[in-house]
Design a protein around this ligand. Structure first.
Ligand code: 7RM
Length: 688
């Protein structure tokens, strides 16, 4: 049956067949409508085509990118992506209204870019290596197999009424089916929102309801670190309160039988009945690709929206150039797909580049602290990308767990998620990398879509300063602002990190709340994107990220708003008020410390603090539970009633002699009161 999109779809097929008629025979399905000839002219190329911006002098190219971002990215987009219709306008933007559009008029399909174009050339190339929880049980999936899986899954979604623009929640650990689920959404134009499988039922329900998802895709159970995680049960609990959900697709990760409810659909069974051909929906560059929830400074997570072409281009180019990815390399990013790092550097960037990408299901210490390096040896990983928190944990176990394994395949090491401390950087570089690999500290955010500041690319042999992110990627224009919103010129200065011009990977909006998008990112420094981070520009002009400037914690590389934890605890009937602050933690980077005020008639404060921990785990996630909960009589407040968290932070970090400006404090006797309570608590908790 002809669809309105059949012409455009046919055009993609035409291009693919033109690329290599001989190879085409290997995988062609003559009945596929999108292989019919078409008169639409397509711009060719694959994302592996060497991007022009690295030919020649890096500094000059960057200067040009900053001067003329539109034509710079426009040319790259034409060369690096596979289009149905080329774009007519490179970029339209207005940072006051938070309006950003790239590659207008362009039409393409992200799944075709990530799959079909590679199947065309190398159907048997390995796309995914699923490094399952038990070492030595890895499974490989070729591009042809991943395309097959994606199309069957896409057809299953379609058969169950999921269509373009519908939202689909994915609540799964990393697995080939999770990747296929993301790509199946992309293929039919549905919008996925992956929810990290460690979030509680209530968090999941909140996200499903905010985005009004029509379907949820999940597993019966998850397996991690030798333990079974009851994912389906969590989904069942969540969807009780999600009226928009019409079906729950369930895959079998374990042999455990699952209870099926009225909305449940056994995914593998249905996929087996479907065709392995699925006509891709041709999408506009600026149609939504996915949203991903992330914490901000209020209690409610934000649904960050990324669109098709700009996001894909930026993820692919940064993947290739920051990590110096070469064809046939094995790329190992151990992030979970529930975070942006998993989206950009496990799935979209590597697959768009036709890479072999590792899906790591386990933990850094299962079955022992040598797991990462044993995996590197067994899979012959070339690029290894992880979080500093894992390195801090592993270095405590000593070098033997590393040295036992052959790491000679490694060429590039990467770190992401939080500032990397010197000890972790040196250990990663010298012990893991034997002092011979390039180590890149990469700074970026859910909102930036891909890496924005990192040591590479740069001129051959250019220096790398340990433990700092250093150089803006081409086309990224960092600016530091002082407290008054004045641009700080020159070097050796610290300020609020802003970016002056758009790049293709920047988020486009917060789902359903564009005002909040403007408020959060474009209000503080009008005309600039404010990252929420502070940074120092060194004497040599390199960037060092100093950390969040807002009320956002970074626990083991994961963002969490203090307000989110406070809101959860405030629901306890015995708790009128709470204040959560962060303090440095040697493994997690930062940890949460909660100060709580209880009602006067509370008989058992210890019971309440225990209940508070349970509430946070069930309302948000286990990782959000504060390490310490201290009961106090009052909180320090300004005369206008605002809680002065800064003072609490100084108490916990031992900076009591430097309280800063306390002139706005309503009643200064509260400080000694809290200090006394804190000292008493410390005696009982000597590890603090
Ligand atoms: C990719 C990711 C973003 C926040 C960001 C920073 C912090 C991330 C680094 C870093 C110092 C780094 N996205 N951050 N990378 N701080 N150096 N290399 O983590 O949205 O989850 O978090 O993480 O504060 O604003 S995220």
């Amino acid at each position: 049956m002809a669809t309105p999109r059949a012409g455009a779809a046919a055009a993609l097929g035409h291009l693919l067949s033109a690329l290599s008629r001989q190879q085409q025979r290997l995988w062609s399905r003559p009945s596929a409508p999108w292989e019919r000839p078409s008169s639409i002219r397509l711009l060719s190329g694959t994302a592996q085509a060497s991007a022009p911006f690295l030919r020649g002098n890096y500094r000059e190219v960057c200067e040009r990118a900053a001067r003329e971002p539109g034509p710079f990215w426009g040319a790259l987009a034409r060369e690096a992506l596979l289009w149905d219709t080329p774009h007519h306008t490179d970029c339209e933007w207005d940072f006051v209204q938070g309006r950003i559009r790239w590659f207008l008029g362009g039409r393409l399909n992200v799944a075709v870019n990530c799959l079909d174009q590679h199947v065309q050339h190398y159907p048997d190339r390995v796309a995914l290596i699923w490094e399952k929880d038990e070492p030595g049980t890895e499974e490989k999936v070729s591009y042809r197999e991943l395309l097959d899986m994606t199309c069957r899954l896409a057809n299953t979604l379609k058969r169950n009424g999921i269509k373009k623009e519908d939202r689909v929640a994915i609540y799964m650990p990393v697995s080939p089916l999770a990747v296929a689920a993301m790509l199946a959404c992309a293929r039919i134009g549905a919008i996925h929102t992956v929810v990290f499988a460690g979030f509680s039922a209530e968090s999941l329900a909140g996200r499903i309801n905010d985005s009004e998802c029509k379907a949820v895709i999940t597993c019966n159970q998850g397996v991690r670190g030798g333990r079974v995680i009851e994912l389906k049960k969590t989904v069942d609990e969540a969807v009780k309160n999600c009226p928009s959900v019409k079906c729950v697709f369930v895959t079998q990760r374990t042999t455990n039988k699952i209870h099926t409810g009225s909305r449940d659909i056994l995914l593998e069974e249905e996929m087996a009945k479907e065709s392995s051909v699925c006509t891709p929906e041709i999408m506009d560059s600026e149609d939504m690709l996915f949203m991903l929830y992330t914490s901000g400074s209020t209690g409610k997570p934000k649904g960050i929206v990324h669109t098709q072409a700009g996001y894909l281009l930026y993820a692919a180019l940064t993947h290739k150039h920051v990590f110096d990815y070469k064809q046939d390399d094995i790329f190992g990013c151990v992030a979970d797909i529930g975070w942006i790092t998993g989206h950009s550097y496990v799935v979209y960037g590597p697959l768009c580049n036709g890479s072999t990408t590792v899906l790591f299901e386990s933990t850094p210490i299962y079955p022992n602290p040598g797991r990462y390096w044993e995996t590197v040896e067994r899979l012959k990983i070339n690029q290894f990308y992880c979080a500093p928190t894992a390195l801090r944990l592993l270095l405590k176990y000593g070098d033997e767990f590393v040295k036992k394994y052959d790491r000679s395949s490694l060429t590039t090491l990467g770190s992401v998620g939080e500032p990397i401390n010197h000890e972790a950087w040196q250990w990663f570089y010298n012990v893991v990398g034997d002092g011979r690999c390039t180590l890149v500290d990469t700074w970026w955010q859910t909102e930036t879509g891909g890496i924005c500041i990192a040591p590479r690319p740069s001129e051959k042999g250019a220096e790398i300063v340990p433990a700092i992110a250093m150089r803006p990627f081409c086309g990224i224009t960092p600016v530091l602002m002082d407290e008054k919103g004045k641009i700080l010129e020159g070097n050796d200065v610290s300020g609020a990190l802003c970016i002056a011009q758009p790049w293709p990977g920047i988020a486009r909006t917060i789902y359903g709340d564009h005002e909040r998008f403007i408020e959060a990112y474009f209000k503080a420094y009008p005309g600039y994107y404010f990252t929420g981070d502070g940074a120092y520009r060194t004497k040599k002009g390199y960037y060092q990220i100093t950390g969040r400037m807002d009320d956002v914690l970074n626990i083991s590389g994961h963002r969490l708003g203090t307000a989110e934890i406070e809101d959860a605890m405030d629901e306890h009937p015995a708790v009128p008020e709470t204040a959560v602050i962060s303090y440095p933690h040697d493994v997690k980077g930062e940890a949460a410390f909660a100060f709580v005020v209880l009602k006067d008639d509370t008989a058992h404060p210890e019971t309440v603090t225990k209940e508070l921990r349970a509430i946070v785990a069930s309302k948000i996630a286990k990782y959000a539970v504060p390490d310490h909960v201290l009961v106090v009589k009052r909180l320090p407040k300004t005369r206008s009633g605002k809680i002065m968290r800064r003072l609490l932070q100084r108490i916990v970090t031992g900076n009591v002699n430097d309280m800063g400006d306390i002139t706005t404090l309503d009643d200064s006797s509260v400080i000694t009161e809290i200090l006394d309570a804190y000292e008493e608590y410390k005696i009982k908790h000597p590890t603090l």
